[in-house]
Design a protein around this ligand. Structure first.
Ligand code: DQA
Length: 148
């Protein structure tokens, strides 16, 4: 099984970025934990972070050619305004789990709006960086392996 972990803008700053909201773990802590979690189940997990909308879309397009079975994505601020990201995820037709570290419903009202949630298999928010672990576990246990 192939899982792709995607992180959008400013998530490269995790660890020092508004730690009262996003915690003190770094993105590379999260990524290496997810890689280990997947490989313990005999799956492979690749990861990618970018601050650029087009780069994220290109990475999603490539995922189809690579035969990725599931995407775990924290789209960060793109969540709230990127129709292009929504179209990319729909265009490759790969099931995805949307994750947010913070509880977006308990913050500014405009963070309630997601252009992705209605197309996601599920959405996790407010569980801190544990949300990544939960999302990867869900993909490992519940999403179909195309190769099988
Ligand atoms: C976020 C929530 C978004 O509203 C915000 O723009 C982010 C991070 C989260 O993980 O809580 O950059 O996706």
């Amino acid at each position: 099984k192939k899982i792709l972990l995607l992180n959008g803008p400013n998530l490269n700053l995790l660890g020092t970025r508004e730690p009262q909201i996003y915690g003190t773990e770094t993105l590379s802590d999260i990524e290496s934990r997810c890689v280990a979690q997947a490989s313990a189940s005999g799956a492979t997990l690749s990861f990618f972070q970018t601050n650029h909308e087009g780069a994220l879309i290109d990475r999603i397009h490539a995922a189809r050619l690579e035969g990725v079975d599931a995407i775990v994505i924290n789209p960060a601020a793109f969540t709230h305004y990127s129709i292009a990201l929504r179209d990319a995820l729909l265009g490759v037709n790969i099931p995805f789990v949307e994750i947010h570290i913070s509880n977006v419903h308990a913050r500014e009202e405009w963070r309630n709006k997601s252009w992705l949630s209605d197309k996601a298999v599920g959405v996790i928010c407010g569980l801190g960086t544990y949300g990544y672990k939960a999302a990867v576990e869900f993909c490992l246990e519940h999403l179909k392996d195309k190769a099988k």
